[in-house]
Design a protein around this ligand. Structure first.
Ligand code: ZN
Length: 190
């Protein structure tokens, strides 16, 4: 449940208080500007054209008040290596058969089947890594990811309660007496 904004703990007034999510939402602006672009034709003579470029900007205050991001749990290094190994294996097989006269001697269906099988090598090493070699690691990873998600949801709910007073340049939680500068917003999370 979102508590309505309360008085700023610094100036004890509400007239300059806004909710942080609202400030964040309105902190983006897009505008289109014309950019010169030079191209060369076959005779190497330059042609200048103007093309519209759309840019999105965020106000400095808005970027300080960004919502928390979910934490990522990276793939185990060993697992990444096994997947890379699958790709290397694929290229090695293609390379060594490309050097032989395999592709000339055999009928085309067999060559196609060989191609298809070689292309699936990274898939097989990925399956091997995920479901055999790193099965336990992956289960733990999923649990950690779930924990990270819960932490993020908890932090996001807190962020939704944050208010900002433009008179004092202070961020605070509705109904509490602690206030910090937008740069120190991390301190408001519990
Ligand atoms: Zn204030």
């Amino acid at each position: 449940m979102i508590i309505p904004p309360t008085d700023c703990p610094v100036c004890q007034r509400i007239d300059c208080v806004q909710r942080v999510p609202a400030i964040h939402r309105s902190s983006f602006s897009t505008h289109t500007r014309m950019q010169m672009r030079t191209t060369y034709d076959t005779n190497n003579s330059p042609h200048t054209t103007t093309v519209p470029v759309t840019e999105t900007h965020q106000t400095p205050l808005g970027s300080l008040l960004n919502p928390p991001r979910p934490g990522r749990v990276p793939l185990d290094t060993g697992e990444q290596l096994v997947i890379v190994l699958g790709f290397i294996l694929m290229f090695v097989v293609f390379y060594s058969f490309g050097k032989s006269n395999f592709f000339n001697d055999w009928n085309s269906n067999l060559v196609l089947a060989f191609f298809a099988m070689t292309l699936t090598l990274p898939l097989w090493t990925w399956i091997l890594a995920r479901f055999v070699l790193f099965r336990k690691v992956n289960r733990e990873r999923r649990e950690r990811q779930q924990q990270e998600k819960e932490i993020w949801q908890y932090r996001y709910q807190q962020w939704e309660q944050f208010c900002y007073c433009s008179r004092c340049d202070a961020v605070f939680v509705s109904g509490t007496s602690e206030a910090v500068s937008p740069q120190q917003i991390e301190q408001l999370y519990t």
